[in-house]
Design a protein around this ligand. Structure first.
Ligand code: GAF
Length: 386
């Protein structure tokens, strides 16, 4: 896979279908600066979009069928109206595409038939939201091709329904919101209860800083089951406490709330979510005040909370965080759902390479598969390219 991702999508389209696509639509991957496992608790998150993108080249077809080629698998699949009449009939990567068609139709939109070619720079299974990027790029393409009206603020819920109901993954609203609503140079402060957003300036260059993303390459260990288990545990705790969601417990109320729960594991889960919501608010306050350097300790505290209270980290991830901090990172934390995926480290721009080297060395000492590293700046959300 060489060359620009948008060119690869168009070239794939032309090779397969013998004509130019009507257009190309892109959606990015994301990292979450802070606010993990807070979205499905109606809480706060602060993700930003990555410069890595998924691109869909597409044109409209008159019949109700969808043909999709993916660069990654090299496969072409076709599905028809019957396959999107109810969830679950298309599986594998095609389910994310069929899920978007299903969700649009289920919401009453007359979705046009289409031919699509997909290329992507967002690595799969690294916790950078490759699935939300795919959903958002396909959604943007189908909306445009069909001349359908769906305001940007309503698109994340629809893409999330594709993932929750058609694909069957019980994720929250963060990833789809990030890849659709983020702006370049900003982090997206999202209230997951009412979906209101504020674009918070996150000017790393001006602060002489960089965000280093470290792909842990850790094999996902039962990530789906563990994610669903954490979600259930939070929902059960909210019920026991008599609140609609854990977002309704503040840090001031935390001790009293914990005293009402009789299970130690549940108490730890609740403590993570309640303190994490507060860390997002504190991070936003610092960024609003232009104090980018000062968010480091909050990032690290978030990691400790995920490691000790929410128990969603793995040895590779903890090693990367510890090595980054020991090499001078201002803060470091796992980002995303957990049990593998990526770490982000806030570093002085001129020490990014030294921090990356320190992580590689620590990995080699433990015989872990070498990590991939990348410095990133906040990029824009989903968009039409031409
Ligand atoms: C995954 C999910 F898709 C998100 O909804 C969110 O819960 C995240 O894990 C954890 O913060 O990315």
């Amino acid at each position: 896979m060489t060359g620009d991702v948008a060119e690869r999508a168009a070239a794939g389209f032309i090779e397969l279908y013998g004509v130019e696509p009507a257009g190309r639509w892109a959606a990015p991957g994301r990292v979450n600066l802070i606010g993990e496992h807070t979205d499905y608790n109606d809480g706060f998150v602060l993700p930003f979009a990555l410069p890595l993108r998924t691109v869909v080249a597409a044109d409209r077809q008159d019949d109700e069928s969808w043909t999709v080629w993916s660069e990654l698998s090299g496969e072409t699949i076709t599905f028809c109206a019957d396959d999107v009449a109810e969830p679950g009939r298309v599986s594998g990567w095609g389910a994310y595409v069929a899920g978007v068609v299903w969700a649009l139709r289920d919401a009453g939109h007359p979705v046009p038939g289409a031919r699509l070619a997909i290329a992507s720079d967002v690595p799969l299974g690294s916790g950078l939201s490759s699935s939300a990027a795919l959903e958002a790029a396909v959604l943007a393409a189908l909306l445009d091709l069909g001349g359908l009206e769906l305001p940007a603020e309503r698109q994340p819920r629809l893409a999330q329904r594709a993932e929750n109901v058609y694909v069957g993954a019980p994720t929250g609203i963060m990833d789809q919101s990030a890849v659709i609503r983020c702006r370049a140079g900003h982090a997206l402060f999202l209230d997951c209860r009412d979906e209101s957003v504020e674009h918070i300036p996150f000017d790393l260059d001006a602060a002489g800083l960089a965000v280093l993303v470290i792909d842990s390459r850790a094999p996902h260990r039962h990530a789906d089951g563990e994610y669903a288990d954490r979600r259930r545990s939070c929902e059960t705790a909210a019920k026991a406490l008599g609140v609609p969601a854990l977002r309704d417990v503040t840090v001031d109320q935390l001790d009293a709330a914990l005293a009402r729960l009789d299970d130690e594991v549940t108490r730890r889960r609740v403590r993570h979510v309640v303190t994490e919501d507060q860390r997002v608010l504190d991070t936003v306050a610092l960024l609003r005040a232009g104090r980018v350097r000062d968010i480091g300790p909050l990032l690290t505290a978030s990691h400790v909370s995920m490691r000790d209270d929410f128990e969603i980290t793995v040895p590779e991830i903890d090693t990367a965080v510890e090595a980054a901090l020991a090499a001078g990172a201002l803060g470091a934390r796992m980002t995303g759902g957990g049990f593998g995926g990526c770490v982000l480290a806030l570093v002085d721009a001129n020490s990014a390479e030294a921090v990356a080297t320190a992580v590689r060395t620590a990995y080699a000492e433990r015989d872990f598969t070498a990590p991939n590293t990348l410095t990133v700046l906040p990029a824009p959300g989903a968009t039409r390219l031409n």
